[in-house]
Design a protein around this ligand. Structure first.
Ligand code: 5GP
Length: 207
């Protein structure tokens, strides 16, 4: 049986550069990334089943009722959720899976799966964050303001995360993230099977 993959949660302020970072980790190192369902309308260039599964509110609520999500949350007027099936089939086949989700969802994952590591990505400063949000040009001014207010609220929860990474230089950040993600395979909680088999073997020497 292949060794199970790990699940890692990646969150960060809107505009922290998580999307670019996750795309590069997938491209360079072959991580799988969970595709969420959302009620947010697609942005220009986004396609069904690539960035998101786009749902109506009714469809999303039905998925909640049918317990199809690992976690879900409401974020600035829309619902977002991580479908269970894909994530579990990937880790069972030995693939590492990244969940790029916001904070309420991340904390739900931690509560239900305490071994999962939570990683928070932050830009070097709030001025840089605002600049990136405005330059991205994908959101109207009122939505940018809401996303910044949300970032202010999120600050007080940053210490719930296991790791904090500053994204001031994309290449450096990608290398740091890959190193961190690989090291997660060696935590004692992810090595339970190995510990058990070694200890069983040793105890059999004593018989
Ligand atoms: P955006 O609208 O910019 O694509 O995403 C808004 C926020 O929703 C981001 O912080 C993103 O990480 C988060 N998000 C995306 N998918 C999910 C999900 O499945 N669950 C949760 N809780 N948050 C998500």
């Amino acid at each position: 049986m292949p060794k199970k993959g790990i699940i890692a949660v990646i969150s960060g302020f809107s505009g922290a550069g998580k999307g670019t970072l996750v795309n590069e980790l997938v491209k360079r190192y072959g991580y799988a990334v969970s595709i969420s369902a959302t009620t947010r309308p697609p942005r220009a260039g986004e396609t069904e089943g690539k960035e998101y599964f786009f749902k109506t509110k009714e469809e999303f609520l039905q998925m909640i009722k049918e317990e199809k999500f690992i976690e879900y949350a409401k974020y600035v007027n829309n619902y977002y959720g991580t479908p269970k099936d894909y994530v579990f089939s990937q880790i069972n086949s030995g693939q590492d899976v990244l969940l790029e989700i916001e904070m309420q969802g991340a904390l739900q994952v931690k509560k239900n799966f305490p071994d999962v590591s939570l990683i928070f990505i932050t830009p070097p400063s709030t001025a840089e964050l605002k600049k990136r949000l405005i330059n991205r040009g994908t959101e109207a001014a009122d939505i940018i303001d809401k996303r910044i207010s949300r970032a202010v609220e999120e600050c007080s929860y940053m210490d719930k995360y296991d790791y904090i990474i500053v994204n001031d230089d994309l290449d450096k950040c990608i290398i740091q993230m890959h190193g961190l993600l690989q090291s997660l395979h060696f935590t004692k909680n992810n090595q339970k099977q190995l510990i058990e088999s070694i200890c069983n073997n040793f105890s059999s020497f004593l018989l």
